[in-house]
Design a protein around this ligand. Structure first.
Ligand code: UDP
Ligand code: MG
Length: 143
């Protein structure tokens, strides 16, 4: 059975452009429950650990510089089949390829500054939620 939670990050570019409110409104309008949320600055160590699967990619250094360039919103979102549903809502990694109406199409600046993160599997969603939030910081509808 598919999982009920995913982790999102509203990235520094979208926060700087005052898109926190518009993005959260779309998240709620699409039936997600916000189970945990905070506005924080990622340290380089945190960003490098979070994106460690990409540490051999040519875009890694740029991505880490960007992700540590300003505050981000991290949140746990809940819905049936959350990972797939949220990946559908955010759209393609490259905003020029993202469907009309998706968060990346609406709010991204570039493939790097693409507005939001969304977990890519239930297994990674669990790891990513644990990376940012203690159990006492979560207000789940499902657990
Ligand atoms: N990224 C980038 N250049 C690329 C591919 C990815 O700067 O050519 C950045 C982008 O911010 C993306 C993140 O690295 O969201 C992680 O890449 P991934 O392939 O996991 O994309 P996602 O799962 O975020 O769609
Ligand atoms: Mg990814």
């Amino acid at each position: 059975m598919a999982g009920t939670k995913t982790l999102t990050i509203i990235k520094p570019g979208a926060v700087a452009n005052e898109y926190i409110g518009p993005i959260l409104a779309k998240i709620n309008a699409n039936g997600f429950h916000i189970a945990a949320m905070k506005l924080i600055m990622l340290t380089r160590k945190m960003a490098e650990k979070f994106y460690s699967v990409h540490n051999d990619k040519p875009f890694f250094d740029g991505l880490i510089n960007f992700m540590t360039s300003g505050p981000v919103v991290v949140a746990i979102l809940e819905k049936e089949n959350a990972v797939e549903e949220y990946r559908n809502l955010i759209g393609n990694t490259d905003p020029s390829k993202a469907r009309e109406g998706t968060l990346r199409r609406l709010f991204a600046q570039s493939i790097e500054k693409n507005a939001v993160h969304g977990s890519d599997s239930d297994e990674n969603a669990v790891k990513e939620c644990d990376f940012f939030f203690a159990l006492s910081e979560r207000f789940s509808k499902f657990e």
